[in-house]
Design a protein around this ligand. Structure first.
Ligand code: 13P
Ligand code: SF4
Length: 309
């Protein structure tokens, strides 16, 4: 594995490439990345890249966002099948009809959606800026929020809005079991539960902190507590543990799992070190976005980046 990592680092230099990775990637991929972050951090980084090639170690909608921001750069993804259940839950033609059925609504979409859906949106948001983006819309203007109903519900609660929600969800965050979580908390009553807002309301109600992946890492760093039950994808534990080596991190249990291991995103985990190497070597598979969609999708992404400064 170490040899493969060295080869990737050499190839990266040779090809003037940059590797952007999400926190849910396998540790060995995070280790060879130039930047590891949450969806907002990754799109902010993607907007500043000056390398010729961006290798996105994440899922398809993330690489697509990087391509929309960098039409003249080559954006490559180690496995084109690395999709996302949230993005898949929102097909463009049906979503277009949904928008037409709700005239005069501002359309805010969570970044976990396809370029076609972004092209139908007024604003894009991530889990770290959703509240801010929603609050940027005057309260008398109705909002459609898609595709994540759990994040939408959470933001409705926080802002007092009544956004119309699309019925999408993340398979990984919906897999957390409340019964198992309560049982685990009984075993560790001194632990604080922290959760990603893609989780269902009953899980969020147990949490002392709710936030994006980078928000959760920042929280455990500054919190005076020493033990946390972490309700998000397991990949986060790698960087989180590095940030707080002295603290105890326990993955929240998912339904199908009897061993109490935290949920893993099968899409995120499609990327492997070998695939990263092959992808850099072949400069393929490449992520492309048609000009028509790109021009429309860029507008709500740029609005989000502007509002997040
Ligand atoms: P963040 O890292 O932006 O919190 O998003 C989590 C996620 O599910 C990415 O797919
Ligand atoms: Fe999509 Fe959920 Fe995987 Fe994130 S964790 S990429 S939202 S399926």
């Amino acid at each position: 594995m170490e040899k493969l990592k060295e080869c990737i680092l050499d190839l990266k230099k040779q090809k003037n490439a940059v590797i952007l990775a999400h926190y849910y990637q396998a540790p060995e991929i995070q280790e060879i990345a130039d930047y590891v972050g949450d969806s907002l951090g990754l799109s902010q980084k993607a907007a500043q890249v000056d390398a010729a090639i961006i290798l996105f170690a994440g899922v398809h909608f993330m690489a697509e966002t990087a391509k929309i921001l960098n039409p003249n750069k080559k954006v490559i993804l180690p496995d084109l099948n690395a999709g996302c259940s949230l993005a898949d839950s929102c097909p463009p033609l049906i979503f277009k009809k949904f928008i037409e059925a709700h005239p005069n609504h501002i359309v805010i979409t969570y970044i976990n959606c396809s370029a076609e859906i972004k092209a139908l949106s007024h604003l894009v948001c991530t889990s770290s800026n959703a509240e801010k983006i929603v609050n940027s819309v005057p309260t008398n203007i109705p909002i459609i929020f898609a595709p994540d109903k759990n994040l939408g519900n959470y933001i409705n609660q926080k802002t007092g809005r009544k956004m119309v929600l699309w019925d999408g969800s993340c398979v990984v965050h919906e897999a957390f079991s409340l019964d198992k979580l309560i049982a685990l908390h009984r075993l560790h009553p001194d632990a604080k539960i922290i959760a990603h807002p893609e989780s269902e309301t009953h899980i969020l109600e147990t949490a002392s902190y709710i936030g994006s992946t980078s928000g959760m890492i920042a929280y455990v760093k500054t919190s005076p507590f020493a033990k946390f039950i972490v309700a998000t994808e397991a990949g986060i534990l790698y960087k989180m543990q590095q940030a707080v080596p002295e603290k105890i991190l326990i993955p929240a249990p998912s339904q199908e799992d009897n061993t109490c291991a935290c949920s893993e995103c099968g899409f995120m985990k499609m990327n492997t070190l070998q695939k990263v190497y092959d992808c850099l070597q072949n400069e393929s598979p490449e992520v492309t976005v048609s000009i028509g969609i790109r021009e429309k999708a860029l507008i709500p992404i740029e609005r989000m980046l502007e509002l997040s400064k």
